[in-house]
Design a protein around this ligand. Structure first.
Ligand code: PNW
Length: 453
C-alpha cells in the first residue's frame, strides 16, 4: 500500500518504528564495577596519544547508574524503541569461562525498565568493546567462537523479553579501522594478509553468533546485524548511473555485507586480494551466509558514483570536492540522498526481509545558550534532510521498517573522545545532567506526527 501514496505525501508508514541508539562503552562508565573485565578500549583510551584530550569511557554518561534517567528521556521523546549494546566484558570478564551474574543483572534492569516504559529493546551484542583477556583479539579465530558462546548465553538470558538481536556493529570499524589504519583500538597497522583474516573472523563471528542466538531463543526471535556498508549516490539520476551505484554497493563491500548476504566471497574480491585472501574453512561460508530476519544499516555519508565504461569495474567513485559541506567530524560529508540510494541499492541487490536504519545522525557545532539550551539548528537541518530522503524510500515501497537516531545523548566518541558530540540531548559531563537540544524537540514532533512538514 505504500506505493499507492500520492506523490509528495510526507507521512511515514503507520507502523514505522522510531528509536534512538547508543553503545555500551560510549555511555555506561562504571568501567571497574561489579566485576566488569578490562576491554581493548580501556587499554587504548588509557594509552597516551590515542584518544583526543586523553579522554576515556571510565565514566562517560554514567548510564550504568543512570539508565533510569535515559529511559525517562526516551519516554519523553515518545520513541517506541531503544538500541543499546551489551558489554561482553560485564557478562564474561575474561571473554569466556565463568559468567558474571552482576553484569547480566544490569541488562536485566535496563530491559525491564524499558519494557515497563513501553519501549522495545533492540540489542547489539558487540559494539567494539572486546574483552582484553582474549589472546590476539580479532587476529585469533578463537575470538569468533568466544563471541558466539557469549552471544548465545546472553540471548538465552534476555530472550524471554528481547525480540531483536544484532550480532555485531559495523564490521569495517572493528576490523579495518582497528587493525589496518589503526585509528581505533587496538590501533594496529597490519599487512593485508592479516587484515583479510581479521575481516574473515569478523563475518565468521557474526555467522556463529546468528546460530548461537537462534539456538538459545524462542521461535520468532529476530536476528540480524548492524553494519555500515559503503553506500553511494548516483552522479545523475539516470539508469546507467543508478545501475553503477547498485554495482558499487555490491563490489565495495565484498568482504563484509556482500559475503553475509551471498554466503561467499565474490570473485572480484578473491582476485584482487590474490595470495592475501583469507584462509577459509569448509563450513564457514554457509554460517556467514545464513539468512537473516532483518538487516540494519548505519548510514552517515557516501560518495558519488558515476558509470564509466573505461573503468575495470564499470564505475568510478568520485572524491568529495574540497569545499563540500561536512559536519565537525572530518569524515562526515553531508549527503542526505545517500540514505535513499543506499537503501534502494541494498534492497535491489539482496532483498532483505526487513531493513532498519540502526544509526544516522551527526556531530554539530553545539553551544549552550544563555537559557541553558543547545539550539543545534545544524543538526536539525542534517536530520530533516536525511529523513526526507528516507521518507522517499518508504513511499516507494523500499521495506525500511524503522530508524534509530545516533545518538540519544552526547557520549564518548571513540578516538575523538568528547571533542565530537552526536547527542540529541546535551550531557553536562560534570553533573551528568541531560538536557534536550532543539534536535530532540524536533525529533519528538516528528515521532508524534509521523510525518515531515
Ligand atoms: C559509528 N566513518 O561509527 C558507530 O557505530 C558509533 O559508535 C559512532 O559513535 C557513530 O558512528 C559516530 O561516529 C562510525 O568514518 C565511525 O565513516 C566512522 C565512520 C562511520 C561510522
Amino acid at each position: 500500500a505504500q506505493t499507492a501514496r500520492p506523490q509528495g505525501d510526507s507521512a511515514f508508514p503507520a507502523d514505522f518504528l522510531w528509536g534512538c541508539a547508543t553503545a555500551a562503552y560510549q555511555i555506561e562508565g562504571a568501567a571497574k564495577e561489579d566485576g566488569r573485565g578490562q576491554t581493548n578500549w580501556d587499554v587504548f583510551s588509557h594509552t597516551p596519544g590515542k584518544v583526543a584530550n586523553g579522554d576515556t569511557g571510565d565514566v562517560a554518561c554514567d548510564s550504568y547508574h543512570r539508565y533510569g534517567d535515559d529511559i525517562v528521556l526516551l519516554k519523553a521523546l515518545g520513541v517506541k524503541a531503544y538500541r543499546f549494546s551489551i558489554a561482553w566484558s560485564r557478562i564474561f570478564p575474561d571473554g569466556k569461562g565463568k559468567p558474571n551474574a552482576k553484569g547480566l543483572d544490569y541488562y536485566n534492569r535496563l530491559v525491564d525498565g524499558l519494557l515497563a516504559a513501553g519501549i522495545t529493546p533492540h540489542v547489539t551484542m558487540f559494539h567494539w568493546d572486546l574483552p582484553h583477556a582474549l589472546p590476539g583479539g580479532w587476529q585469533n579465530r578463537d575470538t569468533s567462537y568466544a563471541f558466539a558462546d557469549y552471544a548465545g548465553y546472553t540471548a538465552g538470558k534476555l530472550g524471554d523479553r528481547v525480540g531483536h538481536f544484532m550480532t555485531v556493529n559495523e564490521l569495517r570499524c572493528f576490523t579495518d579501522l582497528s587493525y589496518m589504519t589503526g585509528g581505533k583500538a587496538p590501533g594496529l597497522k597490519l599487512p593485508m594478509k592479516e587484515v583479510n583474516q581479521i575481516r574473515h573472523h569478523g563475518v565468521l563471528a557474526h555467522g556463529l553468533g546468528v546460530q548461537a542466538i537462534r539456538a538459545a531463543t524462542r521461535a520468532g526471535t529476530q536476528v540480524g546485524i548492524a553494519d555500515n556498508p559503503s553506500v553511494f549516490v548516483p552522479a545523475i539520476e539516470t539508469p546507467e548511473h543508478i545501475e553503477a551505484v547498485k554495482k558499487a554497493v555490491r563490489e565495495e563491500n565484498t568482504m563484509f555485507l556482500t559475503a553475509i548476504m551471498e554466503g561467499r566471497y565474490i570473485d572480484s574480491y578473491l582476485t584482487a586480494q590474490g595470495k592475501d585472501a583469507p584462509v577459509v574453512k569448509d563450513s564457514d561460508m554457509k554460517l556467514i551466509g545464513a539468512p537473516l530476519d532483518f538487516l540494519s544499516v548505519n548510514v552517515y555519508t557516501g560518495n558519488t558514483v558515476r558509470a564509466d565504461e573505461t573503468a575495470p569495474s564499470g564505475y568510478r567513485i568520485l572524491p568529495h570536492p574540497g569545499q563540500a559541506p561536512r559536519m565537525p567530524s572530518p569524515w562526515l560529508y553531508v549527503t542526505p540522498e545517500v540514505i535513499y540510494w543506499g537503501m534502494r541499492a541494498i534492497s535491489e541487490n539482496w532483498k532483505p526481509k526487513g531493513l532498519y536504519i540502526s544509526e544516522n545522525g551527526c556531530s554539530a557545532d553545539d553551544k549552550v545558550a544563555e537559557d541553558g539550551k543547545v539550539y543545534d539548528t545544524d543538526r536539525v537541518m542534517y536530520l530533516r534532510n536525511y529523513l526526507t530522503h528516507l521518507q522517499r524510500a518508504t513511499r516507494e515501497g523500499i521495506p525500511v521498517k524503522g530508524y534509530f537516531v545516533w545518538s540519544l545523548m552526547d557520549n564518548f566518541e571513540w578516538e575523538d573522545g568528547y571533542s565530537k558530540l552526536f547527542g540529541i540531548h546535551h550531557v553536562d559531563f560534570k553533573t551528568q545532567k541531560r538536557t534536550p537540544k532543539l534536535s530532540a524537540d524536533w525529533y519528538r514532533e516528528l515521532v508524534r506526527t509521523n510525518r515531515l512538514v
